[in-house]
Design a protein around this ligand. Structure first.
Ligand code: 4AD
Ligand code: MG
Length: 455
C-alpha cells in the first residue's frame, strides 16, 4: 500500500492501485450495504470518499477522528467524485468525541465562531482553504520578486530603530536577568531594542549595494485599535529599488506585484479561492477580476482632499488639507474610483516619516510618498521615495532630535548615495482584499492583537 496524500489520491494517477491514506473524518454515512466516509488531510479542499464494509466499522469512526486507511483506489460510480477508496483496513489513530468537538458535522460555522478555537480551526474547510491560499500567495510573492531580479534580504526582527517613528513599539528585554547586571547596564543589548515595525531601513542599507531587494517577514506594532485591519503581529512584504527618481517606478512594482500574485493564486488555488467567493464573500470574484483587468488609478493627496470635500457623505474625521486619511476616507476614495485600486500620492510632508523625500514645493509642502488603497480594506501598501540628499535628511533628523541613533543612516547618503524608493504591503490585508474577508484575524494562522495572545 503506497502512502498518498488525499490530493494525490484524488488526481486519479493512482487509479487501480493499492494505496494508504491518513487524515481526519469529515463525514460518516452508514448505508445498507456499505459505510461511506469522507476523509480529508488538508492537502485539498475535496475530501476522498472511502467505501468500507460494515465489519470494518469501529465505534471510533466519528466526525473529527484521525484515521489510517488502506485499500484500492477505484473509479467512483457516482458522478460526484472521480475516485473512491475501497477500504481493506481502517485504523482509528486518534478518537474524537463529536459531542464535545466544537465543530459539528455538515455545519457551516462562521469565521467568527471558529476564531474562538485557534488550536482547532485549521480542521475546518474554510480555514484549511485559507491556509493553502496563504501558502500559495507566499510562493507567488517570492516568485514575483525572483522573476524580477530582486534579492531577498532577511532583515532583523530585533532592532534598535523605530522606522515609522509612530511610537508603536514593543520593547525587547530578557524575561529575567541578573540584578547586578541590571544596575550596571539596564538593557540586554546595552541600548533599548524593539520588535521591528518595518524592515525598510535595513533594506535601504542593501539598496546601497544591489539594484533591488525585498524582505517578507513578521512585523510588530503595539496598535491600540481593535479594528478589522490591524494586528499586533502581521506579515509585511517590503521592496526597495535603487537608482530610481520617480514614484511611478515604485507604483509600477506595487501594481505588478498585486496583479501577478493574484493571478497566480487564482490559478493555483482555484477551488480554495472559490470557496471564499461563494460562501464568505458572495460575488467577490467579480471585484477581483475588475481589479486585475483595469489599470490602477492615480490621484494626488490634494485631489483626494478635494474629492472628499465635494462629497455629500458626512465623515467622522475632518477632511482638511493636512489631515491624515482615515479608513472611511480611503474607502470613499476607492468607491469614487469605481472600486478600482487607487494610488494616492504626495502627502503633506509633515504627515510622513523622516525618510520620505521632500518635494520642496510651496505653499503646500509635500513628500514623494504614496499609499495604495483597495476596495474593502483601504490602505494596502505604503511607500515613498527616500530622502537621498544628505543635508536635507540631516536637518530633518536633527529637527526630530534623532541624530545620534541615525548616524549610520546619514552615512548611507555620504558614501555613494543613490536616489531610491520602496514600499511595504501588508500581507494579511492583501489576503483580505483578494478573498473578501472582512476581519484580518481570519486570514492569519494565529492572530495577535491587544488583549489577545491565545496559544
Ligand atoms: O504604511 P506602513 O506603516 O509603511 C511602512 O512600514 C513602510 N516602512 C514600508 C516601506 O516603505 N518599506 O505599513 C505598510 C503596510 C500598510 O500599508 C498596511 O497594509 C500594513 O503594512 N500594516 C498593517 N497590517 C496589519 N496590521 C497592522 N497593524 C498594520 N500596520 C500596517
Ligand atoms: Mg501607511
Amino acid at each position: 500500500f503506497k502512502k498518498l496524500t488525499i490530493s494525490d489520491a484524488l488526481s486519479t494517477k493512482a487509479l487501480g492501485s493499492n494505496i494508504r491514506i491518513q487524515g481526519w473524518v469529515r463525514s460518516v454515512r452508514s448505508q445498507k450495504e456499505h459505510l461511506f466516509l469522507h476523509v480529508n488531510d488538508g492537502s485539498s479542499l475535496q475530501p476522498l470518499q472511502v467505501v468500507a464494509s460494515h465489519d470494518l466499522n469501529d465505534r471510533g469512526l466519528t466526525f473529527g477522528s484521525a484515521i489510517d486507511v488502506s485499500g484500492s483506489l477505484e473509479k467512483s460510480p457516482s458522478g460526484k467524485q472521480n475516485v473512491e477508496l475501497h477500504a481493506k483496513q481502517i485504523q482509528v489513530t486518534g478518537k474524537c468525541d463529536p459531542t464535545e468537538f466544537p465543530f459539528k458535522i455538515k455545519e457551516r460555522h462562521s469565521l467568527e465562531y471558529i476564531r474562538q478555537f485557534p488550536h482547532l480551526r485549521c480542521r475546518t474547510n474554510v480555514f484549511s482553504a485559507l491556509l493553502r491560499v496563504r501558502s500559495e500567495a507566499t510562493s507567488a510573492i517570492q516568485s514575483f520578486f525572483k522573476d524580477n531580479g530582486f534579492i531577498q534580504i532577511h532583515t532583523p526582527v530585533i532592532t534598535s530603530n523605530d522606522c515609522e517613528g509612530a511610537g508603536e513599539l514593543f520593547q525587547v528585554e530578557p524575561a529575567s536577568r541578573d540584578k547586578q547586571q541590571d544596575e550596571r547596564d539596564p538593557h540586554y543589548f546595552s541600548v533599548p531594542t524593539y520588535l521591528t515595525v518595518s524592515g525598510q531601513l535595513h533594506l535601504e542599507v542593501m539598496a546601497g549595494a544591489f539594484p533591488a531587494v525585498y524582505t517578507f517577514g513578521p512585523t510588530f506594532r503595539a496598535e491600540n485599535s481593535q479594528s478589522r485591519r490591524h494586528l499586533a503581529e502581521f506579515y509585511m512584504v517590503e521592496a526597495e529599488i535603487s537608482f530610481t527618481e520617480s514614484l511611478e517606478d515604485v507604483m509600477t512594482v506595487m501594481e505588478h506585484l498585486f496583479k501577478a500574485s493574484t493571478e497566480h493564486v487564482l490559478t493555483h488555488c482555484a477551488e480554495d479561492v472559490e470557496l471564499f467567493h461563494k460562501f464568505v464573500a458572495p460575488g467577490h470574484r467579480g471585484q477581483v477580476d475588475l481589479m486585475l483587468s483595469r489599470k490602477f488609478n492615480v490621484i494626488s493627496y490634494t485631489e483626494a482632499i478635494d474629492i472628499l470635500n465635494r462629497s455629500s457623505q458626512i465623515f467622522t474625521f475632518p477632511t482638511k488639507w493636512g489631515c491624515d486619511l482615515q479608513t472611511e476616507h480611503e474607502k470613499y476614495l476607492v468607491k469614487h474610483c469605481g472600486n478600482i485600486p487607487v494610488f494616492v500620492t504626495d502627502y503633506p510632508y509633515d504627515l510622513k516619516p523622516f525618510y520620505a523625500r521632500d518635494n520642496q514645493d510651496h505653499p503646500r509642502h509635500t513628500a514623494a510618498a504614496v499609499d495604495l488603497l483597495v476596495p474593502g480594506v483601504g490602505e494596502l501598501c505604503g511607500g515613498s521615495l527616500r530622502e537621498e540628499r544628505l543635508e536635507i535628511l540631516r536637518s530633518r533628523i536633527i529637527q526630530a532630535g534623532m541624530e545620534d541613533a541615525y548616524e549610520w543612516y546619514l552615512q548611507l547618503r555620504q558614501f555613494g548615495s543613490v536616489p531610491h524608493g520602496g514600499f511595504g504591503m501588508g500581507f494579511e490585508r492583501y489576503l483580505q482584499c483578494i478573498l473578501g474577508v472582512d476581519n484580518i484575524k481570519d486570514v492569519i494562522p494565529f492572530a495577535r492583537f491587544s488583549h489577545s495572545c491565545l496559544l
